[in-house]
Design a protein around this ligand. Structure first.
Ligand code: CAA
Length: 376
């Protein structure tokens, strides 16, 4: 493994960094007030950022996986909200169709998702099936040339805004996880009911909704993969998704570290900058070391993924460590800023609120430990 990025990857980093400063930073306050960033996503689509790793044949940018991870990382430094929208849209909203779809499904959906004309969402979690995703209760019954789906989902990122939902439901409850199937569901499908919009601690510009399926009629041709293949589709795409969320967590940590370092050099107490006082200097050293550790775990997982190696354990390690780091580093950032850090005048309170969810979604830290320990 070479710790050197290619010219293409460096260009991606610069392009996304410039875009984030020019187009996302001015939009942060509007997102904090609850606005969904449609306008920013449209511009990202024009730049090819909504389909970075998707093959050109299906309208994507066909860049390598590392470039995709770099993009999420850079965007999340400025806005973790846009980071999660992009990660969910690509890793678990579009990739399942790219990897498991028929040629017809790919032609129909992927170019629109990759260009950003469509936004994707992933519907696995249910009120009584969160960490235990395999115990989901939604049912799909085949009737003629369609499936009738009933059930409900919670915490659906991009819910209500998405054009395409990847929905998991059981076609044979007796078979447990092997009875779960995946479906591509268009937003205007009869019986798809948009429910409560969650008011979250952070990620205010991202929509998180409840959905219910009331005799939802999905054409048989929208079955993704084979009947019973759904759990495998969910899990294998989550392996990839977790590297994206780890990159989001890294972006939040980097932003908090940069802000803290800058502030600690400017803020003078007891006659010298607080950065020169060991209490704060050592804190910054610990923060920087943890951030570097998270970065290396993410690059390693991404490198393995890019080379087609199995990387479930490494993806979970990257997410586990990067999310823990994000929570710790943003907590320390507020401490460095003191009373000012607790106000909305500085961005560190936002970083702190945005960091916590990275330990919960796409598998809690406890689930990451389960995945890792099973493979030891
Ligand atoms: N790739 C492919 N197949 C996999 C797999 C993977 N990574 N992991 C498991 N499978 C297969 C297994 O091989 C097994 O099949 P076989 O019996 O043929 O081998 C089958 O799936 C069942 O596996 P397990 O027995 O390990 O399943 P389990 O019920 O014990 O659950 C779990 C495993 C890891 C705990 C899983 O339930 C899990 O990941 N839970 C967390 C759910 C989660 O991450 N939700 C995130 C929601 S999406 C989201 O958050 C998006 C967002 O908004 C940001």
């Amino acid at each position: 493994m070479h710790l050197k990025f290619t010219e293409e990857q460096e260009m991606m980093r610069k392009m996304v960094r410039d875009f984030a400063q020019a187009e996302i930073a001015p939009y942060v306050d509007r997102m904090e007030a609850g606005e969904f960033p449609r306008e920013v996503l449209r511009k990202m689509g024009e730049l090819g950022l909504m389909g970075i790793p998707i093959p050109e044949k299906y309208g994507g940018s066909e860049m390598d996986f590392m470039s995709y991870i770099i993009a999420i990382n850079e965007i999340s430094k400025v806005s973790a909200t846009i980071g999660v929208i992009l990660s969910v849209h690509t890793s678990v909203g579009t990739n399942p169709i790219v990897y498991f779809g028929t040629e017809t499904q790919k032609q129909k959906y992927v170019p629109k998702l990759a260009s950003g004309e469509y936004l994707g969402a992933f519907c696995l979690t249910e009120p009584s099936a969160g960490s235990d995703a395999g115990s989901l209760k939604s049912k799909a019954v085949k009737k003629g040339d369609q499936y009738i789906i009933n059930g409900s989902k919670v915490f659906i990122t991009n819910g209500g805004e998405a054009d395409v939902y990847i929905v998991f439901a059981s076609t044979n409850t007796a078979l447990g996880t092997k009875g779960i199937s995946a479906f591509i569901v268009d937003k205007d499908t009869p019986g798809l009911v948009i429910g409560k919009d969650e008011h979250k601690m952070g990620l205010h510009g991202s929509r998180t909704l409840q959905l219910s399926f009331e005799d939802m009629e999905v054409p048989s041709e929208n079955l993704l993969g084979e009947e019973g293949e759904g759990f495998k589709i969910a899990m294998s795409n989550l392996d990839v998704g977790r590297i994206g969320i780890a990159a989001q967590a890294l972006g939040i940590s980097e932003a908090a570290l940069e802000a803290s370092t800058r502030y600690a050099k400017e803020r003078v107490q007891f006659g010298k900058p607080i950065a020169a006082q060991q209490g704060i200097g050592f804190k910054l050293a610990d923060m920087a070391t943890a951030v570097e550790g998270a970065r290396l775990l993410i690059y390693r997982a991404a490198h393995m993924r890019q080379n087609g190696q199995k990387c479930g354990k490494e993806a979970s390690m990257a997410k586990l460590f990067a999310s823990k780091t994000a929570v710790e580093v943003t907590t320390d950032a507020i401490q460095v800023f003191g009373g000012y850090g607790y106000t909305e005048d500085y961005p560190v309170e936002r970083y702190f609120r945005d960091a916590k969810i990275t330990e919960i979604y796409e598998g809690t830290s406890e689930i990451q430990k389960l995945v890792i320990s099973k493979q030891l």
